[in-house]
Structure formats: structure tokens, C-alpha cells
Design a protein around this ligand. Structure first.
Ligand SMILES: Cc1ncc(C[n+]2csc(CCOP(=O)(O)OP(=O)(O)O)c2C)c(N)n1
Ligand SMILES: [Mg+2]
Length: 326
């Protein structure tokens, strides 16, 4: 990937974050009007973690994601169309309509379909990285998980194994202070997640997860470490969920003062303000970006509403089990 501080590139970072925000806000209304089945876990406020990590990776690198994967997907290069089709349960969706919101992904674009078990992606990412190492490939895996995953046994097992075998995995903890409604300090004595890296003998760093350029820079260093055989790396990205945990959550457990404090550090605003202050873009250009993203989303919704649903025959495809002999 080219240098992060080229101005054209910084505008690209902003554009991707805006596309994610437009997507999430649009999807929220679609769910409220009952247009889609299932539930949703959204990422408004966390766009910089997704974009900063994914754009620092190569196209042939992989990510694993969670139940909160829409932003990761757009950041890794999936289109709004294939995501919306998936959310509508259409056979043209990125998982042929069989996964839905919690399992979006596209292996050809380097995204393993989302794993909704908290911490479930961690051992899988270590396993993928082991495969890359055995194949003598220099690909890396970035594994997204929340602060809630850190107390799962899977975290210890996956990180420890990656550490002893020096696997090319970037463990990306999106620390948004809450696991559903539970605040991090109720479930962790030491809530600085990056501190755990030292116990495993690996590199670890805490980064401002609402500053996309800082996330990009930290990921670039981590990926280079992994490619050089000096992985894994644990990145803790400090961020905040500006929306409910899932569709029905009014997030009453987040204190008003805390919400305000983090709203003032909104990742899109942080970069827009910086680019305007440096004369890289003006308000009108940024507004134009937003309008383009909104238009793109609206066109994708029209197509997704008319997209074909899976057929009965599709029930028997994409399965690992063989049909028993008659
Ligand atoms: C093993 C497991 N336990 C519980 C759940 C239910 N659950 C889904 S999301 C969630 C909270 C996860 O919090 P965190 O890991 O911090 O991620 P965030 O939602 O903040 O992105 C819980 C408890 C689950 N999916 N898997
Ligand atoms: Mg969390």
C-alpha cells in the first residue's frame, strides 16, 4: 500500500469511513422499517479501526471479523451491494444470502465470513497464519475482536500458540469499553489490553482507535513485523460504539458525559477537521463525498430489494456433509 500521508490517500481513508457511516445509518432505517430479517450489530463510531487496519493490509492478506462486521467488510473492499444483498437474504449476497448480517465476508477479497462466537475468530486466525507460514507465503491475518473476547479462553489459546510459533497474526482488539452493556472495568482488573502482550512475549501497543492515520501506521508496522517472521502483534485500538450493541439496545448504560466526550472524538470528524485545517479538503468537498456515498447506498438498496431469494435447491449446496447413500 502506498504511503499513508499522501494527501490523496488520506482522502481515500476519509471516503471509506464515510461510506461505512452512510451504510450503517441507512441499514439502521431499513431494519427499523422491518425490511430485513434477523438482527444487526453496527459500528458507528468505530470506522477508523476498520479502515486503518484494512487499508494497511495487502489485498491478499486476510481478516477475521465478528458479529459487528459491516465496517470491516467495506474497509476490506467488499461492495455495499454484495453486503446489502446479503442482509436482505438474497442469493446474490456475499454469502449467497445464507449468512446475513452477523456472517458477512468474501474469501476472494480476503475476509473470512464473520464469526459471531465472542473470541471465536482468534484460534482460527492463528490457524490461518500457521497455514501461511507452512506454505512459506508472506500473507498476514488481522483478527478483529472486542474487549469482551479478552477474557475468553480462546484468546489465551490462540495468542499463546501464535506467539510460540511466531505466526503472522495481528490481533486487533477494538476496545470500545463495553461488552454488550457490561463496562470493561467490571470484568477486568487490568483493563489495558495491550499489557497482556508482554506475558506472551510478543509486541503490543495501545493506539487511538479513532485516529485512522494512527491505526494505519501501527498496522503497517505490525504487518511488516509479521512478514519478517517477528509476529504476532497485539494492537489495542481505543474506540467507542456510538450506537446500541444490537438493534434493540438504547445504550442507557453509557453515561451522557462519556457519550459526549467520545462524540467529540468522532473518527470521521477527527480526520475531516484535520484535512480542512491543513487545506487538503474543504467542507464542500467533504459534503460531496458524503452525498456520493449516500447515492451509492440508495442505488444498492433499490437493487437489493429486487434481488432474487435463494431457492429450495440452494438448501443442499455449500455443505460439508455428504448426502447419505439411499
Ligand atoms: C462465547 C459467547 N458468549 C456470549 C455471546 C453473546 N454476545 C454477543 S456479543 C457480546 C459482547 C461482546 O463484546 P465485545 O467483545 O467487547 O465486542 P463489541 O460488541 O463491543 O464489539 C456477547 C456477550 C456470544 N456471541 N459468544
Ligand atoms: Mg466491546
Amino acid at each position: 500500500m502506498s504511503a499513508p500521508f499522501d494527501n490523496g490517500w488520506r482522502l481515500e481513508l476519509l471516503d471509506r469511513m464515510i461510506r461505512i457511516r452512510e451504510f450503517e445509518e441507512g441499514v439502521r432505517f431499513l431494519f427499523l422499517e422491518g425490511a430485513m430479517p434477523g438482527t444487526i450489530h453496527q459500528c458507528q463510531g468505530q470506522e477508523a479501526t476498520a479502515v486503518g487496519v484494512c487499508v494497511a493490509l495487502r489485498e491478499d492478506d486476510f481478516i477475521t471479523s465478528t458479529f459487528r462486521g459491516h465496517g470491516h467488510a467495506i474497509a476490506k473492499g467488499l461492495s455495499e451491494q454484495e453486503l446489502l444483498d446479503e442482509l436482505f437474504g438474497a442469493s446474490t449476497g456475499c454469502c449467497k444470502g445464507k449468512g446475513g448480517s452477523m456472517h458477512v465476508g468474501n474469501m476472494s477479497k480476503g475476509m473470512v465470513p464473520g464469526i459471531a462466537i465472542v473470541g471465536g475468530g482468534i484460534p482460527l486466525a492463528a490457524g490461518m497464519a500457521l497455514a501461511f507460514k507452512m506454505q512459506k507465503s508472506d500473507q498476514v491475518v488481522a483478527c478483529f475482536f472486542g474487549d469482551g473476547a479478552v477474557a475468553e479462553g480462546a484468546f489465551h489459546e490462540g495468542v499463546n500458540m501464535a506467539a510460540i510459533w511466531r505466526l503472522p497474526t495481528i490481533f486487533v482488539c477494538e476496545n470500545n469499553l463495553y461488552g454488550a452493556s457490561t463496562r470493561i472495568d467490571l470484568v477486568m482488573k487490568n483493563s489495558r489490553v495491550a499489557d497482556r502482550a508482554a506475558q506472551y512475549g510478543i509486541a503490543g501497543e495501545t493506539v487511538d482507535g479513532n485516529d485512522v492515520e494512527a491505526v494505519y501506521a501501527a498496522t503497517e508496522v505490525a504487518a511488516a513485523r509479521c512478514r519478517a517472521g517477528d509476529g504476532p502483534v497485539l494492537l489495542e485500538l481505543l474506540t467507542y460504539r456510538q450506537t446500541g450493541h444490537s438493534r434493540r439496545d438504547p445504550r442507557l448504560y453509557q453515561p451522557e458525559s462519556e457519550k459526549k466526550e467520545w462524540a467529540a472524538r468522532d473518527p470521521i470528524e477527527v480526520l475531516s477537521t484535520r484535512l480542512q485545517a491543513e487545506g487538503v479538503a474543504d467542507k464542500a468537498e467533504i459534503e460531496e463525498m458524503r452525498a456520493r456515498a449516500a447515492k451509492r447506498f440508495a442505488a444498492a438498496v433499490d437493487r437489493a430489494r429486487a434481488a432474487p431469494q435463494p431457492s429450495i435447491d440452494d438448501l443442499g449446496t455449500d455443505l460439508f456433509a455428504e448426502e447419505p447413500a439411499p
